[in-house]
Write a protein that binds this ligand. Structure first.
Ligand SMILES: Nc1ncnc2c1ncn2[C@@H]1O[C@H](COP(=O)(O)OP(=O)(O)OP(=O)(O)O)[C@@H](O)[C@H]1O
Length: 595
């Protein structure tokens, strides 16, 4: 079950190698665009380097009285071109960054709907949503700017160091010594940025989880007077996000000031050592001045390198959280076409279902929900599952749909183990109405054809009439095209159930699974639906879970379940005679004497 305030805190963060590998996988498809962005940045930087030289030439010509028109034009062209190239490079990088985010979102969304149900139960949907929306956004900076900053910063740094080495190796040694010392200290805080960012992103996930919890049960929250408590829950998560965001900002400020501090300290050290070397005549004063100028030139590449590492730390946190979703196991891809009923193909008739000594538990450590469950449903007709709450009736359907796999024994459809079926084909044979008859946001028509998008208007009209939804359609302002609200909130519970049944019937399944599908219907509608189901059962295998025995007394066979076991199988008349639990249920519900 999904808990509202427990995102996956047990997930291990990725190692640095794994993070870089994952980052490489995001950037690789866009390597040429990143290279182009890098080239533009380098050209822009080179243009910046040439400008002082051009300015110097201009001043020299002015001083010697030569014409400056040519050089002025050259300088203007240099400025305009440099700026244009830089702007183009920035655009290429932004576009690439957006493409990286899009690719990550597409991968995640593609996986989310294919997750195994057991995996989907591990992360609350709100947290999953925040990984798709918020965490992917953090990939933007790390995937392009960090890469380009690291490369341009490194090139400029090395170029400056080479020139400084020519000027004076001793002063270069002093400079690098100070930079390494300050850089080493700054490196210590870098993992703190990743940690704080990860906690902050977790808290953002908790905000989504909290909102999903309370907005998903909006009426219950209001009716329970729980608005303030729920608001406080979400606020607490928002405060946690703020706290960790501020912590990350603090460490970023520390790291961000390191570049300037390193250069300033190096300046003082070079001044002291260089001054002594000038005094002792080892180097001329002009060398010291040139060296100091280059030292200040270093500020930019060093700050770019620090920026790159900082963005990398933020991105690493996001990559870890995204990778956690990518590690969750998915069902083997069932192409959409496979999962839809094959209209027009040779219909092989009703499906048969057999459970052979099935044992099942939802997770290791939990008690068994099924123990040696065996029964057989040979083909068309109605089979009902009855028994106390928690007996394992709905779990029978979950195993047939292969939402979960049996821990022991075999579940067979058409004589074939469901594990050997192509998942798409298996599900395309089944129509399933789950217990709380979900209706999706959208129009009534979208809901009805959800499981059979190719259904004809005639088929739709026929199903509407049979499920008594035609009067509802007439009443709605835009008929079939009326929006039904979030989870069908603008409909009654009984209408939602009838829509869910109509949807399943429209799919023309070979096997129809109805889990408490008529529990909210009034007597008239229930009778009508009972007729529809009886009609469908003539050509289809229909399995129903029912609490109200009145709805299933006419079933071809009734499977009585209790505490994960099958107690008895028979018709209503047989079971009233042979099974005490069933007889008791019949006595209380049908007012017939228990034997
Ligand atoms: N996803 C799940 N994870 C863990 N346990 C579960 C899960 N779903 C159901 N269970 C447990 O398995 C047992 C059987 O559940 P199941 O829904 O099959 O019972 P049921 O007979 O259909 O009950 P009801 O008539 O109340 O719907 C229950 O004890 C339930 O708590």
């Amino acid at each position: 079950m999904n808990t509202a305030s427990a995102p996956m805190t047990d997930e291990p963060s990725l190692s640095a190698r794994e993070t870089i590998k994952a980052l490489g996988a995001y950037v690789r498809p866009h390597r040429w665009a990143v290279a182009l962005g890098l080239l533009c940045a380098l050209v822009g930087a080179a243009g910046g380097l040439l400008q002082p030289l051009a300015t110097k030439a201009l001043v020299d010509r002015l001083a010697s009285g030569e014409t400056i028109a040519g050089i002025l034009i050259a300088l203007t062209v240099l400025v305009v071109l440099g700026t244009a190239v830089e702007a183009f490079g920035a655009y290429v990088l932004e576009r690439t960054a957006e493409s990286v985010v899009l690719a990550a979102r597409r991968t995640l969304v593609g996986r989310l709907l294919r997750l195994r149900i057991s995996e989907w139960e591990r992360i609350p949907p709100g947290d999953l949503m925040s990984r798709v929306t918020s965490d992917t956004t953090l990939l933007r900076a790390v995937s392009t700017h960090a890469v380009v900053s690291a490369a341009t910063g490194a090139v400029a740094f090395v170029a400056a160091v080479v020139v400084m080495a020519f000027l004076d190796v001793v002063l270069l040694g002093v400079t690098l010594g100070v930079i390494v010392l300050v850089g080493g200290a700054a490196a210590l805080v870098m993992p703190q940025i990743a940690r704080a960012t990860e906690r902050s992103q977790e808290a953002v996930g908790e905000i989504s989880v909290g909102l999903e919890r309370s907005l998903g049960a909006f009426r219950t929250v209001k009716a329970s007077g729980a608005e303030e408590r729920e608001t406080a829950r979400v606020e607490a998560a928002a405060r946690r996000a703020w706290r960790h965001g501020v912590k990350s900002a603090k460490w970023e400020a520390v790291a961000g000031s390191a570049d300037e501090l390193a250069v300033q300290l190096a300046f003082l050290a070079v001044l002291a050592v260089g001054g002594a070397r000038v005094a002792s005549g080892e180097i001329p004063v002009s060398t010291l001045i040139a060296f100091l100028l280059y030292l200040f030139y270093l500020i930019e590449p060093v700050s770019k390198l620090v920026d790159a590492v900082t963005s990398y730390q933020e991105g690493a946190a996001a990559i870890s959280r995204i990778a956690a979703v990518e590690r969750l196991s998915t069902e083997s891809p069932a192409r959409q076409a496979d999962a839809l009923p094959r209209q027009g193909t040779a219909a092989p008739g009703p499906a048969s279902v057999r459970f052979e000594d099935v044992s099942f538990r939802y997770r290791p450590g939990l008690p068994y929900t099924h123990q040696q469950v065996s029964f057989e449903v040979p083909g068309a007709g109605m089979t009902a599952f009855v028994g106390p709450s928690g007996a394992g009736k709905s779990t029978v359907f979950a195993l047939i749909e292969r939402f979960y796999e049996a821990t022991g024994g075999r579940v067979l459809v058409d004589g074939e183990d469901v594990r050997d079926w192509c998942l798409g084909e298996l599900r395309s044979a089944i129509g399933y109405v789950e217990q709380d008859a979900p209706v999706l946001a959208g129009t009534l028509r979208e809901n009805l054809v959800f499981a059979a998008p190719g259904a004809t208007d005639d088929a739709l009209r026929d199903v509407l009439a049979r499920t008594k939804l035609d009067t509802l359609v007439e009443r709605l302002p835009h008929g079939l095209d009326t929006p039904v609200g979030h989870r069908g909130s603008k409909l009654s519970g009984g209408e939602r159930q009838r829509i869910a049944i109509a949807r399943a019937v429209l799919r023309k399944p070979r096997l129809l699974l109805l889990d408490e599908a008529t529990s909210q219907l009034d007597a008239v509608n229930e009778l009508a639906l009972r007729d529809v189901i009886a009609d469908v059962a003539r050509e289809t295998t229909v399995l129903v879970v029912a609490h109200r025995l009145s709805t299933v007394t006419g079933a071809d066979r009734i499977v009585v379940m209790d505490a994960g076991r099958v107690r008895a199988v028979g018709t209503h008349e047989e079971l009233v005679d042979q099974d005490r639990l069933y007889a008791r249920l019949a006595a209380t519900q049908l007012l017939a004497p228990a034997r």
